[in-house]
Ligand binder design. Structure first.
Ligand code: NAD
Length: 513
């Protein structure tokens, strides 16, 4: 009952609800029926210490369906207030994230075991991305007016309008528990959709903080978080109008199949095995530093981590030596707010086992651990590792490792580097290291990767204007950044309007002549 009268004009701008306490503003508008069915609880632990840091419900399919029904009640008004109305709310959220940066970093550090600086990346990235879409979504979503061809020229005004999917489901992984949700939730909200977010069961606490922020600023209840594992995620897919999934290629395929069954659109951001190519004319010091960061940032648990390196023979030994020397200096640990550590813990024991298996497989097949190569024995920490003399018979060169390991392979020349870099089912991102930028661009255009950085890593991730997304088994239809990032949450609507006063006889109307 409350819901029926709820989406009134008074909730359409931040100013309108400013005086009302945020929690009350949302409660008053909530429908009578609440989602209550809770199947079981999920424990959230700090993998660096094993400490229990939270408990969340594994929400049932009924609970998810009820939350999506609620969202459907409020979405039409959210769409109706337009990009300018939504901008105000998004900028308020941006302020809230800025004000809560340390707290957010605390929460996500506690559920991931990240090094402090890594934990601060999520809120910083979220602030930037929220501001970017708050300010630009209006431009990206404005009507387009293609020129009509003859015989419609001067007869019809043609319009392409961007209309949001009513409810978007966003399903996210554990590696960036705030940034991964934000990267899709914000453009979807900016598009005018309502969003149900299902964060990873490994790290649900940061996403709940995001929802708390949305409620605290008093924004319309068009964002809901549901917690749980795969079954809860599957229920999201069963109830929404569009699915944006970020996670493993294996789960992505299951989600795609479920979406096809329902005939709803989806986009997938999946796994990667990103190559770095170091050419003989590169600045080897810069390449060693960049690749160390690209491979070990966030303990290597980044979809666009450097996962394999191909180095031209003349500089191979020097590169391996410099890389290993730099990696040996890195400090490992995660506790506290002090930014004194470089490499944090892995997300869980399963992740640690994958890393160990890949390293052991490589060593058994003749690779050398130039530095590292073992778990530290504390929590889920694994030593930052450089593997030399690897080849494509080893799992560390073909399967996603998602850990603090950098395998390095010697290649004869640029052509061999390109061929091996493209010898992968994945195609997320890549980097090319060379003293000749034009050569770097030329090599980039031969690589099967959705993004390529020359003499850098992760620059694509922070260049919001670019449409970042994976090729091959690294993604389907997922482009975040730029206009694509917000338009993917919209259906295009084609509208024609007569320009001239209505004619007596239209082009094709009866009777034919
Ligand atoms: P995952 O596939 O195991 O889980 C991801 C999410 O899907 C979780 O929220 C999980 O609960 C949910 N899920 C699992 N089964 C489901 C089902 N049947 N239906 C609906 N939802 C389901 O991935 P993960 O282990 O959490 O994350 C690591 C993976 O994510 C890596 O492969 C990494 O490369 C990938 N990743 C990709 C990007 C990118 O932008 N391409 C970014 C970050 C991570």
């Amino acid at each position: 009952k409350a819901a029926k009268s709820a989406p009134a004009a008074k909730s359409s701008t931040p100013a309108a609800t400013k005086s009302a306490p945020a929690a009350t503003a949302q409660k008053d508008r909530a429908p009578a029926r609440q989602a209550t069915a809770v199947v079981t609880d999920i424990e959230v632990r700090n993998p660096a210490t094993g400490e229990l840091v939270g408990t969340v419900p594994a929400e049932s399919a009924d609970a998810v369906a009820a939350k999506v029904r609620e969202l459907r009640l409020y979405q039409p008004e959210w769409e109706a207030i337009g990009p300018e109305g939504r901008k105000e709310w998004l900028l308020k959220l941006q302020d809230w994230i800025i004000d809560h940066t340390d707290h957010l970093a605390d929460v996500l550090q506690s559920e991931t075991g990240k090094a402090r600086v890594d934990a601060l990346i999520d809120p910083s990235f979220s602030v930037d991305l929220t501001g970017y879409y708050a300010r630009r979504a209006g431009k990206f979503l404005s009507d387009e007016h293609p020129s009509p061809h003859s015989p419609l020229a001067r007869v019809k005004k043609l319009t392409t309008a961007y209309r949001p999917y009513p409810v978007v489901g966003v399903i996210t992984p554990w590696n960036f528990p705030l940034a991964m949700p934000v990267i899709d939730v914000i453009p979807a909200l900016a598009a005018g959709a309502a969003v149900v977010l299902k964060p990873s069961e490994v790290t649900p606490l940061s996403a709940l903080e995001l929802a708390r922020g949305w409620a605290e600023i008093g924004a319309p209840p068009v964002l809901a978080v549901v917690t749980g594992a795969g079954e809860t995620g599957a229920a999201v897919v069963d109830n929404v109008d569009y699915v944006q999934f970020t996670g493993s290629t294996k789960t992505g395929k299951r989600i795609a199949a479920a979406c096809v069954e329902r005939l709803i659109p989806y986009s997938l951001e999946l796994g990667g095995k990103d190559p770095a190519i170091v050419l003989a004319d590169a600045d080897i010091d810069r390449a060693a530093y960049g690749i160390a960061f690209g491979g070990l940032f966030n303990a290597g648990q980044v979809c666009i981590s450097v996962e394999r390196v191909y180095v031209e023979a003349p500089v191979y030994d020097t590169f391996v030596e410099k890389l290993a020397a730099h990696v040996r200096e890195l400090r490992q640990g995660a506790d506290g707010r002090e930014p004194k550590y470089d490499v944090g813990a892995l997300a869980n024991d399963a992740q640690k086992s994958i890393v160990s298996d890949h390293v052991e497989d490589a060593i058994a097949k003749g690779a050398r651990a130039v530095t590292g190569g073992k778990a530290t024995g504390v929590g889920t920490f694994y030593q930052p590792t450089v593997l030399a003399d690897v080849d494509h018979s080893m799992s560390c060169m073909t399967e996603e490792t998602f850990g603090p390991t950098i395998p390095v392979m010697k290649v004869a020349d640029e052509a061999e580097a390109v061929r091996l870099a493209n010898d992968s089912i994945y195609g997320l991102s890549a980097s090319v290291w060379t003293g000749d930028k034009a050569r770097g661009e030329r090599v980039a255009r031969q690589l099967n990767a959705g993004a390529v950085n020359i003499n850098d890593v992760f620059a694509n991730m922070f260049s919001f204007a670019l449409p970042m997304g994976g090729w091959q088994q690294s993604g389907v239809g997922a482009r975040w950044g730029g206009a694509d990032g917000v338009r993917k949450y919209c259906r295009k609507q084609a509208i024609t309007v007569p320009i001239l006063p209505t004619q007596e006889k239209e082009l094709m109307w009866f009777p034919y002549n």
